[in-house]
Design a protein around this ligand. Structure first.
Ligand code: ZN
Length: 423
């Protein structure tokens, strides 16, 4: 942490929380204005994944300092957290710990076997044998523990039982991921002198996390002694695409979420963490009502889009150049994202001329996803026709119109937070 700055993040433990990712480092005043209206949420003001830091060429120290400076300037003395998001290796842990982050999100998705749901019996048995051979359950009679036990996760739900097939599929899918979480948990305990709080996230995997798989995953984390586990992010049913509303069956979503929450109380308690949590307005009332205080929500790209909205209004010519650049980058940049917008839809977007096209780019699905996936290119390599970087032009506009930037963010997040409390 940088000397001279007063405001410092702390672990938020099991209090209801909301993560405000800020890729440009200028959004904290607007985030703070919004969360001050909803004091039942504790804010996470510094939150960036290693992938986002790579794409924006920012260091953990820069992310932390941007939040601290804004909070000092605002005289904020309340609690806030700092989330090193989607950490995949012990080196990632050390990088964010050195910068003062104290909420660590372990992402063991590289060790999740997504094929487990569909393997035939012979392949499944082979994979189970490989888990045993590789020592995943050494010293633990895992088949006896899981198969000969009834898990009563709450009086509203019929008790859970594993049969051999469901247990084997859960184990093949997640056992190696829990072992990696144990390794990461030890690195976090060491790097944070035992104080860091931990989330484990498997939200970016191909297949949804069934309640029974969640139970297996959580019990394995418990058995392996992953310390200070405060939240867990399953992959939910339906689609949590970047920057747009939830797509899926709301009734089924609510039914499953209730079971996930019951499991989180049984095997924890820990919070349920909603990743890609921006703009999921149709499910917020459900999420708020079902999770109550055991809730963490993460957002990031949606703040960047509000920054671009400032640019679109204040410097339409600059925004037009950015939008045209993004249309050219889309096919390449979309690769690592979970979105449904197609190249043909993007190619069909009109050129930006004035606020008459603002909604097309900043409120409708194709425009939002286009701007969402191209942020790394825009902020690191994109240049305007005069050869000046887009980033410079964007930051200059945001400094000039800090009032408008803050106002748009406040309104946008007040809408998020009020909908989470609307259930
Ligand atoms: Zn995530």
């Amino acid at each position: 942490m940088i000397a001279g700055l007063v405001s410092a993040p702390v672990p938020l433990l099991l209090q209801k929380s909301f993560g405000f990712g800020d890729r440009l480092g200028l959004a904290t005043p607007g985030h703070l204005a919004a969360v001050r209206q909803f004091p039942d949420f504790l804010p996470i003001f510094a939150q960036q994944s290693i992938r986002e830091m790579t794409r924006t060429q920012r260091t953990p120290e820069e992310v932390m300092t941007a939040a601290q400076q804004a909070l000092d300037a605002a005289g904020y003395t309340g609690k806030w957290g700092a989330d090193g998001d989607h950490l995949k290796t012990p080196e990632d842990v050390q990088r964010v710990a050195r910068a003062g982050f104290c909420f660590f999100t372990i992402d063991p998705s590289a060790f999740v076997n997504n094929a487990a749901d569909t393997l035939d019996e012979a392949s499944l048995n082979q994979e189970v044998a490989a888990l045993e051979r590789d020592g995943l359950f050494t010293g633990f009679d895992w088949k006896d523990y899981y198969l000969n036990r009834v898990f009563s996760v709450g009086h509203k739900f019929s008790p859970f039982r594993f049969d051999e097939e469901t247990l084997f599929r859960a184990a093949v899918k997640y056992a190696r991921a829990t072992a990696h979480a144990e390794v990461m948990g030890k690195a976090i305990a060491q790097a944070s002198a035992g104080k860091g709080e931990i989330e484990v996230s498997v939200d970016e995997t191909d297949s949804p996390t069934s309640p029974l798989e969640h139970l297996f995953f959580a019990l394995e984390l418990q058995r392996r002694g992953v310390p200070n586990l405060v939240s867990l992010a399953p992959r939910f049913i339906g689609e949590f695409e970047k920057g747009i509303d939830y797509k899926g069956d709301l009734v089924r979503f609510e039914e499953q979420l209730k079971v996930h929450v019951a499991i989180s109380k049984f095997a924890g308690p820990y919070k349920i963490s909603i990743h890609s949590g921006s703009d999921k307005f149709s499910v917020y009332p459900i999420i708020g009502r079902v999770c109550r205080d055991l809730l963490h929500v993460k957002t990031a790209g949606t703040s960047y889009l509000e920054a671009l909205r400032v640019v679109a209004r204040v410097r339409p010519a600059l925004f037009a150049e950015i939008a045209a650049y993004c249309r050219g980058r889309f096919d390449t940049d979309r690769a690592s994202y979970h979105i449904s917008t197609t190249q043909a839809q993007v190619a069909g977007l009109p050129a930006y001329e004035s606020t008459a096209q603002e909604a097309v780019y900043l409120d409708e699905v194709a425009g939002r996803q286009l701007l969402h996936v191209t942020f790394g290119s825009v902020l690191t390599v994109g240049k305007d026709s005069k050869g000046r970087t887009f980033k410079e032009g964007i930051l200059e506009t945001l400094h000039e119109r800090a009032d408008l930037h803050s106002e748009l963010l406040e309104r946008h997040f007040a809408k998020h937070l009020s909908q989470l409390n609307a259930g």
